[in-house]
Ligand binder design. Structure first.
Ligand code: MTE
Ligand code: MO
Length: 197
């Protein structure tokens, strides 16, 4: 079953297409430094920081977690939006619950295999539309788009969704990720055009 979450824009604005964006039917690839290489055998996904129980998953273990398939929109800060992406993966709250997030955790840092990081307040990522994605349109997520595993954040510009994610860290203080330190908005709400800080 595919769950349609393309209506979440109603929380933020009147139009599905955020201001200053144009719709594309392609799915461009955007990466700070190319696609990292990895092997299925060595790949592991770690949950750590302010949690009761740090977790580690192999690719197969991750795929065995309860998953959902959602239809979502994708908004890049450089001005393109792609509607109706079909993503399959594990919702953020499923992971947070398994790790048991400490009461004093307020923030999250996502870590990726290319050295990329990105951050969000816990309250803004602990929602069902924030997915750890391994399949796109019913096929394994292409490596250029972040396979084996990436994050998607349909309520934020797409730089909040780390491709090649291999770690999620719970923090007791806010911190800034790769682009957030280099001039992109820390908050990244597309309907408010929060592009730069
Ligand atoms: N690990 C990692 N994740 C990343 C990036 C990156 O350079 N490295 N770029 C971000 C940016 S700016 C965008 S727009 C999207 C692009 O995703 P796509 O290449 O699948 O379109 O990934 C985001 N996640
Ligand atoms: Mo981007």
């Amino acid at each position: 079953m595919v769950e349609d979450v393309t209506q979440l824009y109603r929380e933020y604005g009147d139009e599905r297409l955020p201001p200053g964006q144009r719709k594309t039917d392609r799915f461009p690839v955007l990466s700070k430094s190319g696609t990292p290489s990895w092997t299925r055998e060595d790949w592991a996904f770690e949950v750590f920081g302010a949690v009761e129980e740090p977790l580690s998953f192999s690719y197969e273990e991750f795929r065995d977690l309860p998953s959902v398939t959602q239809r979502q929109d994708f908004h890049c800060v450089t001005g393109w939006s792609k509607f109706d992406c079909e993503f399959t993966g594990v919702p953020f709250p499923e992971i947070a619950e398994r790790a048991g997030v400490d009461d004093d955790a307020v923030h999250v840092m996502f870590h990726a295999m290319d050295g990329y990081t990105t951050n969000l307040p816990l309250s803004e990522c602990d929602r069902d539309a924030v997915l750890f994605v391994y399949d796109y349109d019913g096929e394994e997520l292409p490596t250029d788009h972040g396979g084996p595993l990436r994050v998607v954040t349909p309520h934020k510009y797409a730089y909040k969704g780390a491709k090649w994610v291999d770690g999620v860290e719970f923090l007791t203080e806010p911190e800034r990720g790769y682009w957030e330190k280099r001039g992109y908005s820390n908050t990244a709400n597309p309907w408010n055009e929060e592009r730069y800080s």
